[in-house]
Design a binder for this molecule. Structure first.
Ligand code: TXA
Ligand code: MG
Length: 324
């Protein structure tokens, strides 16, 4: 039996305080939330998602005052970025205090935190008055949810409530930036483009996609090479003109921009993310489009890459992992 879908923020807040699992909308994707300081509640997140416990979670708060018990140091660069980008799709990885359960941070000495830019999420966080640990509300390794319906499809039987906040505006997850002693390090491309962060704090080291499992890496699932993946094979194709499908093969196209009629004729199903080539529009539609194609019993999904700038970096990153 699937859990209720509701817009009742007070009910959701009450459930979270009582250790229940509540999925809620943020500006990026839907999160699967639990009270971050309640280890038992946090454990049920991992259970519901089928997520390995070596993958740390992001803790969501309503304001920077709520961070105080969670982090041992709020460096100047973090203050600057928080001022500029919060509420928003930026997650900061900072030194943690003992208050944060080890399960949340996978035993790391740091905790990932962010203030989401979604009115209902902010209301939920302030009404509950507690920090909420939340990964994206999908099964481990699968496509991230950008509507309440997506969450119900994958996790409806595993969780207690879905708080419906409409479709997510940004559509790709937050940018994850670590700010520790060894300088700023980008761990995941996301909703705040790298260029905008560097404009604020100068050069940032970017950690490349890792081949080995996250168990061996300092960071988590966002760094796994295969992630955000539909069940159908995904192939990235730069030259659609030159691409030929095989006889009897049913192929879908996930296209950034409007392709030519000649190209369109080669595919059984087509999803166009932004006819005019707007990266924001493309990001907002990306995961939904991937899901739609995945539901079409195709043999293959062909996808075109995005320009490697701004939100295009996050989109290329998700695409590469979906195609891994
Ligand atoms: O937009 C988002 O970030 C969404 C919404 C719900 O806020 N959340 C999300 O969570 O994408 P999740 O669990 O799917 O991704 C969290 C990312 C992972 O790549 C994880 O490795 C990284 O954050 N992370 C969390 N804690 C970390 C830590 N202490 N050190 C390094 N990376 C960390
Ligand atoms: Mg995720």
């Amino acid at each position: 039996m699937s859990c209720p879908i509701s817009t009742d923020v007070n009910r959701a807040a009450e459930m979270l305080k009582n250790g229940k699992l509540v999925a809620f909308a943020t500006e990026t994707v839907y999160g699967l939330g639990a009270y971050a300081l309640n280890s038992l509640a946090v454990a049920s997140i991992f259970e519901a998602k089928g997520r390995p416990t070596f993958d740390p979670l992001i803790v969501h708060v309503a304001n920077t005052a709520q961070l105080e018990p969670l982090i041992s140091n709020f460096p100047e660069q973090a203050r600057q970025l928080a001022e500029q980008f919060w509420p928003g799709p930026l997650t900061l990885v900072l030194p943690k205090t003992d208050r944060v359960p080890d399960l949340v941070t996978a035993n790391l000495a740091t905790v990932a935190v962010r203030i989401p830019d979604h009115p209902q999420a902010l209301e939920l966080l302030s009404v509950a008055g507690i920090p909420i640990a939340a990964p994206s509300a999908n099964r481990f390794g699968q496509v991230s949810p950008t509507t309440a319906g997506h969450v119900a499809d994958q996790l409806g039987n595993e969780i207690d409530l879905i708080l419906d906040g409409g479709p997510c505006r940004v559509g790709v997850e937050s940018t994850v930036l670590q700010l520790c002693a060894d300088g700023p390090r980008l761990l995941r491309h996301g909703g705040v483009p790298l260029e905008q962060l560097e404009a604020q704090i100068g050069p940032i080291q970017v950690t490349d996609l890792v081949e080995h499992p996250a168990a061996q890496s300092p960071a988590g699932p966002g760094m796994l090479k295969k992630h955000y993946a539909p069940s159908v094979l995904v192939k990235i194709v730069v030259d659609l003109q030159g691409f030929e499908t095989e006889p009897n093969q049913h192929v879908g196209l996930l296209s950034f921009q409007q392709p030519s009629e000649l190209v369109l004729a080669k595919f059984d199903r087509v999803e166009i993310l932004s006819p005019t080539g707007d990266l924001r529009e493309a990001a907002a539609k990306f995961f939904s489009a991937l899901r739609k194609l995945d539901a079409e019993s195709l043999d293959l999904i062909v996808a075109t890459p995005f320009p490697e700038q701004g939100l295009g970096r996050a989109l290329n990153d998700r695409l590469q992992r979906a195609a891994s």
